[in-house]
Ligand binder design. Structure first.
Ligand code: K2U
Ligand code: ZN
Length: 176
């Protein structure tokens, strides 16, 4: 296994978390290294998803590990240039968090099921229907690729309170 690097996760507010990311067109070996680093960084966090802009890479790429409830083996996934092609009428609400907004949680309502099409590390087109927590996760990650955070779905007062807490956290981290 090649040496993996755990990358620093960018904390909100940061312009890189609000910017749109660039489509990936060059499916070279560096993409595999980035995917390995993002998966390692995600497992260590710990998390079940991570988007490239969260580690400062402005590319349309996300990783997820859809650990199935019924004890199936973990399944690390790498989605490049993903897009949602269908959403269910039904919605589900999940208390979301974000590795870029530590220790803040809030209910977010999203379509309960989504079809997603993407390219894998070889540039091959894949598509899959996601439901449950994985539908929530993949939508949360694709939002990251469009500069959208889960707090953008909250009422302004709640969002501003969370942003103020993150600014305080960053001031303290800078002093540490
Ligand atoms: O993108 C991220 O910041 C990682 C998110 C992904 C996520 C958010 C909300 C709901 C599902 C996934 C999380 O911080 S990963 C942490 C986590 C772990 C188990 C269950 C839910 C969230
Ligand atoms: Zn997030």
């Amino acid at each position: 296994m090649t040496q993996m690097t755990i990358r620093d996760i960018i904390i909100h507010p940061d312009p890189r978390l609000k910017a749109k990311t660039d489509e990936v067109s060059d499916f070279d070996a560096s993409l595999k290294t980035l995917a390995d680093d993002m998966l390692e960084t995600m497992y260590v966090a710990p998390g079940i998803g991570l988007a490239a802009p969260q580690v400062g890479i402005m590319k349309q790429m996300l990783v997820m590990d859809c650990i199935k409830e019924d004890g199936e083996a973990p399944r690390p996934m790498v989605l490049i240039n993903p897009s949602v092609t269908w959403t269910s009428e039904e919605c589900s609400t999940y208390e979301e968090g974000c590795l870029s907004i530590p220790d803040q949680y809030a209910d977010v309502e999203r379509p309960a099921e989504v079809d997603v099409t993407w390219q894998d590390l070889n540039g091959e087109t894949q598509s899959e229907r996601f439901d449950g927590l994985w539908a929530t996760c993949v939508q949360h990650e694709i939002d990251h690729l469009n500069g959208k955070l889960f707090i953008d779905y909250l009422k302004p007062l709640k969002r501003q309170m969370i942003t103020r807490k993150m600014k305080k956290l960053k001031r303290e981290l800078a002093r540490a």
